[in-house]
Design a binder for this molecule. Structure first.
Ligand code: GLA
Length: 380
């Protein structure tokens, strides 16, 4: 990919890039909607990602190109940058990073030529947006000769998404892309935030089934779940739901309307499942890990109500196969992708059979992607 992006940059801008950066996509392993509730989460950075190449320009113009999106877009080097609408919407990720840099005591870049390239499918629940933010942030910092601790880069990219793009996401996506490590999972205590890695036992395999379905109101539904969780915490008299244990929540059941109770129960029990998963990983017990993954999905299905009949169908099919340790929706939900943790014996033919069964029922075939863990964001 480095040669490809260098060649692509040359073709568009007639010169070589000064800096190339790459950031991986991520799998949400377990810890669904726990991040913005101050909880814990486990994720895997994968071997596919987004690449960004940049070179400075002296004329104060910012030119953006993307291998996937045709024409070059030229913008003035204004700070803060103006938000883009319509086809230029993808620019809000790098522009959001530019807008966030001064808030973290860092200088935004002046004029530049910019090219993005990706081998990570977008809209697959693998967080191509966080990967684009991280790769852009590393490229802009290096272009200006600046260095920042990794945690600051991760936090500023989340800030870009919250305040410029306008999605109230937690730190999961940016944290995993930033702190990922091959053959490891990233463990995030989202309140600190604190980042650590946990080795993945040998023989673990990941499969992604991307349904390409997305609820029309997905951003609004995500924000609605966020609001329900904050309202529940307020009624319970705690800053965030991570401050409750499952037992304390049960004792306080009468304080919450039934819907808010279900949302809170999902979050609080999911945080407990993340802890149990870390223990099972340390013990090398992939069967126990898999049971926790599938339990997470059942909780999404029944309590958080962020699954769909299509995702449930895939999980049912996958969980029935003996080579599958566990399966669950990955990411925000309301459509998107299911991930399965399998033994090496789970075959392409089995994956294809699951996809075919889904196609027979829902009329469209999901993309099947075999993913591996890979290292986190870095200059190339
Ligand atoms: C999306 C958000 C994350 C996280 C997950 C749900 O991927 O970007 O911050 O909240 O949903 O766990």
């Amino acid at each position: 990919m480095r040669d490809e992006i260098t060649a692509g940059f040359h073709a568009r801008y007639g010169r070589a890039p000064a800096v190339v950066a790459r950031a991986p996509g991520r799998i949400e392993f377990i810890g669904n909607h726990t991040d913005y509730n101050g909880g814990t989460v486990l994720g895997a950075s994968i071997d596919r990602g987004v690449w960004v190449a940049v070179a400075a320009r002296a004329d104060g113009r910012r030119r953006f190109g993307s291998e996937a999106r045709g024409a070059i877009k030229t913008l003035p080097a204004e700070n803060p940058p103006a938000k883009q609408r319509g086809a230029g919407g993808w620019l809000n990720y790098p522009l959001g990073v530019i807008a966030a840099l001064p808030e973290f005591g860092l200088r935004p870049p002046a004029g530049f030529d910019y090219l993005a390239m990706s081998d990570l499918p977008s809209g697959a629940g693998l967080s191509s947006s966080a990967a684009l933010e991280l790769a852009s942030a590393l490229a802009f910092l290096a272009l200006g000769g600046q260095e920042a601790p990794r945690e600051v880069v991760v936090r500023l990219c989340r800030h870009a998404e919250n305040h410029f793009v306008g999605v109230p996401c937690g730190i999961l996506d940016q944290g995993v892309s930033g702190f990922g490590r091959k053959d490891h999972l990233v463990y995030i205590d989202c309140r600190g935030p604190g980042f650590a890695t946990v080795p993945l036992p040998a023989g673990a395999r990941f499969w992604i089934f991307n349904t390409h379905t997305k609820h029309a109101l997905v951003d609004g539904l995500y924000a609605a779940r966020h609001r329900e969780c904050m309202d529940a915490a307020k009624r319970l008299g705690v800053p965030l739901l991570a401050d409750m244990t499952p037992a304390a929540l049960e004792a306080a059941r009468a304080k919450l309307p039934p819907v808010e109770f279900r949302r809170a129960q999902h979050v609080v029990e999911e945080i407990a499942r993340v802890g149990a998963t870390v223990q099972a990983l340390r013990a090398g017990d992939l069967a126990a890990v898999g049971r926790l993954l599938t339990a997470s999905h059942r909780s999404s299905q029944a309590l958080f109500e962020n699954s769909t009949t299509g995702l449930d169908f895939l999980v049912d099919q996958l969980a029935a196969a003996p080579q599958v340790h566990g399966a669950r929706l990955t990411g925000g939900g309301f459509g998107g992708a299911v991930m399965a943790l399998t033994s090496p014996e789970f075959s392409e033919a089995q994956a294809a059979a699951v996809a075919a069964a889904y196609a027979a029922k829902f009329g469209a075939r999901p993309d099947v992607l075999r993913a591996q863990t890979g290292d986190g964001a870095a200059l190339q």
